[in-house]
Design a protein around this ligand. Sequence first.
Ligand code: CP
Length: 305
Amino acid sequence: HRHLLGIEGLSRPDIEALLARADDAVALSRQVEKKRNVLRGRTQINLFFEPSTRTQSSFELAGKRLGADVMNMSVASSSVKKGETLIDTAATLNAMRPDIIVVRHHSAGAVHLLARKVDCAVVNAGDGAHEHPTQALLDALTIRRNKGGIEGLTVAICGDVLHSRVARSNILLLNALGARVRVIGPSTLLPTGVARLGVEVFTNMREGLKGCDIVMMLRLQRERMNGSFVPSVKEYFRYYGLDSEKLALAKPDALVMHPGPMNRGVEISSEIADGAQSLIREQVEMGVAVRMAVLEALATHLPNG
Ligand code: CP
């Protein structure tokens, strides 16, 4: 593949090859000397139109560990603020001859559009409520390393599924690797027809958590709810917040995940977020490794690669 625009379009062998590469990147990242030369001489631009802590910093570290020159475009202080369009911004950056552009944008499909306008490889770092493929890959890597595999596991994705690109990419990837996927949330925060994606749908969290191996919590994305129904935080936590009482309904060895950023006391209690069943910190470590794996895989398809 020349780009990574989504989990859609990746085969099971594609995904497994990336996860195997990411396991090697975890080992490398745990050494004192963390650098390789795979992207030496190459230029990577991180172009983030939406805020990010984890994704942007881990793509920067990943590029640097592979030897690339990494440039972070600060959109907040760029000419986008003066009205320059996405396409003109893309053409401008393209003229600087980057090898890889990593893009996050608030509109679903913006990354696909940009990929058609530039000569280099494009990686989707999150586009609207559409896809966040490297998040799904890092989640799969985290699950695999803790559970030994993904086939046959029951995974519940809980909360604001409607606005979540993380949920969509995870549903595609977990189904491709043979997990049983459930979505749990209030009907107002579940996309219409979500069952067509191959998931079991629950609006009662206590019912949905029964027998789960993995409980994946999502942030309530209030910034994407302009004009539509915004639940009260207190009510939301009571019915859909993960606390020890609700988690006790899942399997005794169930593990808890959250892509971050977390809203403690909204979708998850601090006790669970920081507790023994939480994989949240490990997800961040796996994020760097997965992004190294993706950049390395794309390197072989770059012009003159
Ligand atoms: N999980 C995730 O995408 O986090 P950031 O928004 O901080 O990058």
